[in-house]
Design a protein. Structure first.
Length: 73
């Protein structure tokens, strides 16, 4: 996945979006691994990892680009 393949970030900033309770611990673990890898591998590689692991693009963008929007688990 490259930056051109990522969804328009303006589309992901809707503050009225309904949050759903996380039910997928695997996705949570993958996102945590990707975030932990950013200092050594960079944001691009972290995003590629999440795409390879089939993490939905919306989730990946929110977690990597907007870490304050991450949900507590």
């Amino acid at each position: 996945m490259n930056m051109n393949d990522m969804p328009d970030l303006a589309m992901t900033t809707n503050t009225t979006t309904t949050r759903h309770q996380r039910v997928d611990g695997r996705t949570s673990d993958l996102v945590n691994q990707a975030i932990a890898s950013i200092p050594t591998l960079g944001l691009q590689r972290a995003a590629e990892f999440l795409a390879t692991m089939n993490v939905p693009a919306e989730v990946a963008v929110r977690a990597l680009v907007y870490p304050a929007r991450r949900r507590a688990h």
